[in-house]
Design a protein around this ligand. Structure first.
Ligand SMILES: NC(=O)c1ccc[n+]([C@@H]2O[C@H](COP(=O)([O-])OP(=O)(O)OC[C@H]3O[C@@H](n4cnc5c(N)ncnc54)[C@H](O)[C@@H]3O)[C@@H](O)[C@H]2O)c1
Length: 501
């Protein structure tokens, strides 16, 4: 793409304006068309106001601002975009409207002009169906707000040429973004890969295992996510993430791994869309602060436990080391009185107790995956003695950690959410949505994940991750947890999760 490249932008709304801004920053000349009278000029003006703020902050000078402004112009009709090298469409999310625009554009542009859509949910192949030269049609999916979100997905339809994907990637880089080439598929990469984190949280709520505040705290404190899934849903808006979940679920022929559950629909139907309606998973006060978001930590007046039974399996060494760290002596054989502390992976307390013939009343399971220096999750079986949980929790609290106590759950909170995220990432690699490294990169940039899904599988251990998923699938009988063949093959062969095939 030469430095004189001219970009056409159709639709000067929220996304169009962001695209105009990063294109101008990349030195391009930009022509803008919007069907609303005065819409293009208003969009350009809004961008110029934002750029003027950069002058105030000393990031660019007045002369640069004037030069940038000289590179924008209003197009009065689609035909005025005839001289563009690349055109990005960012009008309403409506297939017929986009098809109409694309087929009309083909009447006016040169043969090597690339036409891309910023659609977030429509397949590029559906838009290209209306076109004669489908090899030059692609997706260029930016994220909101464009100037702050580094990622751009370059969507390659079945007929998009590799040259077009390359040129759009170059363009993305020139606009200061990080491009990732993605197969034309439901939800593309980020909106597909992002499903697991939120829908598994919804599933946990559905089973009444934990509250939104508990789920969010565990994912933040033990696994380094910037936001927990419930606060994230409230931020993006349930009016957006519930329909997107349905689109991706239906797009993949209702794969149970992508299924969401009734609490999601209940919030949607009630108009509890999150921050924008001051009610979602949380209620919000006048200042927009979530009420009760810090809650959910276990509190007790009980004296700390001093002696714990730690059975020989699983993970005795790790569990015993933790027990000593919180000031308890550790016994291996049962004394019929002390709490039994066990660190489970993918299993729930009831299954463990039945399998090992342990006393479920004194059993306290702990999640020692991820960080445990700030917070730990404890769970107990139905019928457990409350004082066993309370004394173990008291010892942990006395040792300076917070405790999240939940109901019995295969994989606690974090193991099941991490396993679902990792498994979906592996499945995306298997079906070729993008290359393994790009899947990790895109979810870190697009959703702020601390680690990509395949990196999460590596952190847990590829084999352990497979076993955790198999255990969850066995206990629940739900194919939602069935391991991706990508993960299974690498686990069986002892290979790193990123090994290509
Ligand atoms: N908002 C987001 O978070 C987001 C993120 C990624 C992708 N997208 C996608 O980007 C596209 C635009 O979204 P948005 O949020 O900027 O919408 P928006 O409503 O803010 O802007 C759409 C603009 O398109 C103009 N328009 C409508 N019909 C037109 C036509 N026939 N010709 C020219 N202009 C026309 C409207 O006047 C409006 O200015 C959609 O496809 C959306 O799915 C949105």
């Amino acid at each position: 793409m030469t430095s004189k490249a001219t970009l056409g932008v159709i639709g000067a709304g929220a996304m169009g304006q962001g695209i105009i801004q990063v294109a101008l920053s990349g030195g391009m000349t930009v022509q803008v068309f919007d069907a609303k009278p005065g819409g293009a000029a208003a969009g350009i003006e809004a961008v110029q106001k934002r750029l003027a703020r950069l002058v105030e902050k000393g990031r660019i000078d007045e002369a640069e601002l004037t030069e940038i402004a000289s590179r924008t112009s209003v197009a009065n009709a689609l035909r005025d975009l005839g001289g563009c090298d690349v055109i990005i469409e960012a009008v309403f999310e409506d297939l017929e409207l986009k098809q109409q625009i694309f087929s009309e554009l083909e009447e006016h542009v040169s043969d090597d002009c690339i036409i891309a859509s910023n659609t977030s949910s429509i397949l590029i192949s559906s838009i290209a169906r209306a076109c004669r030269h489908r090899e030059r049609i692609a997706g260029m999916h930016f994220f909101n707000p464009v100037p702050l979100m580094q990622l751009v997905e370059i969507i390659r339809g079945p007929e998009t040429s590799s040259r077009v994907a390359e040129r759009l990637s170059e363009l993305g880089t020139r606009m200061g973004r990080t491009p990732v080439v993605v197969k034309d598929s439901p939800g593309f990469l980020v909106n597909h890969g992002g499903r697991a984190y939120t829908t598994e949280a919804i599933r946990i709520l559905h089973e009444r295992v934990a509250t939104p505040a508990q789920i969010d705290a565990v994912m933040r404190d033990c696994h380094g996510f910037r936001m927990g899934p419930c606060e994230l849903m409230d931020l993006t808006g349930i009016d957006v993430n519930f329909p997107v979940s349905q689109i991706v679920y239906d797009g993949y022929a209702q794969d149970p791994r992508l299924r969401t559950f009734f609490p999601h629909k209940a919030l949607y139907e009630a108009g509890r869309f999150g921050r924008k309606t001051k009610a979602g998973h949380y209620d919000y006060d006048e200042d927009g602060k979530a009420i009760g978001a810090d809650g959910g930590d276990f509190e007790t007046d009980h004296a700390p436990a001093t002696r714990l039974i730690v059975p020989p399996e699983p993970a005795r060494n790790i569990t015993a080391a933790f027990a000593r760290e919180i000031g308890c002596t550790v016994a291996e054989s049962d004394d019929s009185g002390s709490p039994i502390l066990v660190s489970l992976a993918g299993e729930d307390c009831a299954t463990y107790a039945a399998r090992t013939n342990s006393d479920h009343e004194r059993l306290v399971a702990i999640d020692l995956r991820g960080r445990s220096d700030e917070r730990v999750t404890l769970m107990t079986a139905p019928g457990a003695r409350p004082e066993c949980l309370a004394t173990v929790a008291a010892a942990i609290i006395a040792a300076g950690r917070r405790v999240t106590a939940i109901k019995d759950s295969p994989g606690f909170i974090a193991q099941r959410i991490c396993a679902m995220v990792a498994n979906l990432g592996c499945e995306m690699a298997q079906i070729g949505v993008a290359a393994p490294d790009e899947i990790d990169l895109a979810l870190k940039l697009g959703l702020n994940y601390p680690r990509g899904p395949l990196e999460i599988a590596e952190d847990f251990g590829v084999r352990d991750m497979l076993e955790m998923l198999e255990t969850m699938q066995d206990i629940t009988g739900d194919d939602r947890y069935r391991p991706s063949l990508w993960l299974r093959r690498r686990a069986l062969l002892g290979l790193p999760c990123h090994t290509p095939n």
